[in-house]
Design a binder for this molecule. Structure first.
Ligand SMILES: [Zn+2]
Length: 512
């Protein structure tokens, strides 16, 4: 009896001793919480008739294939020049748009058509560490709430495969929409760190205005839009060459002519393009609705023909994201921070936004307006500064106004945790960003814009040298500003800008 008792005791002791070891085998002690990149719009491919011989990639479409769909438009455009018959042109254009994008349309409740399916994402390696990011993509069309459920599943899978209890995340552009919906559904218990990079957290004006039919083409905006992208090109020299070419086309009146043609197209065809293509394709697409800022939201429902009767389920879904997620960002992020999650927001500014809507004056990263990506910064219009008598709106004990007086960050929801990168093109990063994000990811403490001398709240992007500089104050002289810019970043494009500015000033002086 004593022997049996001893044996049982021995088994218990061994079991108690061994079990924690077995459990410990599953959890990783490397100290490097896995990182998940919550990717941007277009990260998940969308297929028609997947797995059949007719399979076709609807998004992102093969460029050559898509151009093929639009071949008839070229002939029709040539005819338009002589006939000025816009309706005939529309008869060719609109079916082409519908052929290319029509199958992306959702049903009246905002669900995909059964023949249209999406790529699935699962972690496929247990390797993790500061230099590796898991990649989460999704179908941009669907309700962000549905994508948040998939993100939750993905996070669970990453935790399982790596043996960690928590993850670190970086969300880019629409990834931020998905992540905010995740916060609403699941809280931030599993999240150590979240970096929002150029995310339309409160929407983007281009969606708000298109969903209200506010189309407008502005020549100067068009020119700036083209030129803003050039410094991010692989070749600085080629970028400078294109810059000069665009300036010459502008000086020669060619752009004016093009905008005139485009204006005529808008005047004559806008209603048809909206009624026959854009509204049928986009009106019931919850993913794109998530980009509509609050000031455009309710009127957009009227314009897009979304009403409570026919679209009751859809309206409930759209309202849930809009009011419980987008308009609850302050509550959600403050809750995440007080639960111990480090929250970082990065917004670009001084880039020309999409030049085809009335809000072309908003400073942005080219796609998302700075005021929406930063959750509430007060911003001067593109190319302008805050008025000379402008005073910081909040928190007057600390300076939140950018050295170039383009941004007042004091009105942001999280002013201490929001960085502004001047001349950062939407979700276009380089080694300098990687290094910055690495520091944010590695910090156990929530860092602020005052903690790191080399990463202040306002940073000048340098795509040529892949780094950041201090933002320099502006003077009243365009020539002085161009000179200071060329001295700070001596790239071909900045030197070209300096030369062109010099000749412009010289010409103005001659004429004046
Ligand atoms: Zn590990």
């Amino acid at each position: 009896m004593k022997k049996i008792f001893a044996s049982i005791l021995a088994i218990i002791i061994i079991a108690v001793g061994v079990l924690p070891c077995l459990a410990a085998d599953d959890s990783c002690t490397c100290g490097q919480t896995p990182i998940i990149y919550v990717a941007a719009l277009g990260s998940g491919s969308v297929y028609l008739d997947e797995g059949t011989e007719n399979e076709k990639t609807l998004f992102r479409p093969d460029v050559a294939e898509m151009l093929g769909e639009f071949v008839p438009v070229i002939g029709a455009a040539a005819e338009l020049l002589t006939t000025k018959d816009y309706d005939a042109f529309g008869d060719v254009l609109i079916p082409c748009v519908n052929n290319a994008f029509g199958m992306l349309a959702m049903d009246d409740e905002g669900n995909s058509q059964p023949r249209v399916t999406t790529e699935e994402f699962h972690p496929d390696t247990a390797d993790h560490g500061i230099d590796y990011s898991y990649y989460f993509g999704y179908d941009f069309r669907v309700d962000p709430i549905e994508n948040a459920k998939l993100l939750h599943q993905y996070i669970e899978e990453v935790k399982e495969i790596t043996g960690h209890d928590t993850v670190r995340c970086r969300a880019s552009s629409m990834g931020g929409v998905t992540f905010m919906a995740y916060l609403r559904l699941y809280g931030s218990e599993d999240i150590e760190t979240i970096i929002f990079q150029n995310c339309p957290l409160q929407g983007t004006a281009v969606a708000g205005e298109l969903y209200n039919g506010l189309v407008e083409i502005n020549k100067d905006a068009l020119l700036r839009y083209a030129e803003c992208a050039l410094p991010s090109m692989d070749s600085d020299f080629f970028g400078a060459f294109l810059y000069m070419l665009l300036e010459m086309l502008d000086a020669g009146g060619v752009l004016e002519g093009l905008v005139g043609v485009a204006d005529n197209l808008v005047v004559n065809l806008k209603d048809r393009v909206f009624d026959e293509a854009l509204i049928p394709i986009f009106a019931t697409m919850p993913g794109i609705w998530s980009f509509v800022p609050d000031e455009y939201y309710e009127t957009a429902k009227d314009f897009m023909g979304i009403n409570d009767g026919e679209h009751q389920v859809l309206v409930e879904r759209l309202d849930y994201y809009h009011y419980e997620v987008q308009q609850s960002a302050e509550e959600l992020l403050n809750q995440a921070k007080s639960d111990g999650t480090n929250v970082y927001i990065v917004a670009g500014y001084n880039m020309q936004r999409t030049p085809l809507v009335s809000a072309y004056k908003n400073t942005s990263d080219g796609t998302v307006d700075t005021k929406y990506a930063s959750l509430g910064a007060t911003c001067a219009y593109i190319g302008e500064q805050l008025p000379a008598d402008y005073e910081q709106a909040e928190h007057n004990d600390i300076n939140y106004i950018s050295p170039d007086r383009m941004i007042d960050a004091s009105t942001c929801i999280l002013p201490e945790n929001t960085w502004f990168v001047k001349d950062m093109l939407h979700s276009t990063t380089h080694d300098g960003h990687d290094e910055f994000y690495r520091i944010l990811h590695e910090s156990e403490e929530q860092l602020t814009v005052f903690d790191m001398e080399e990463y202040p709240q306002f940073m000048q992007n340098d795509t040529v040298n892949q780094t950041f500089h201090q933002v320099i104050p502006l003077s009243d002289s365009a020539l002085e500003n161009a000179f200071a810019q060329a001295r700070q970043i001596p790239s071909f494009i900045n030197v070209t800008k300096l030369i062109i500015t010099f000749f412009e000033e010289f010409f103005n002086w001659m004429v004046g």
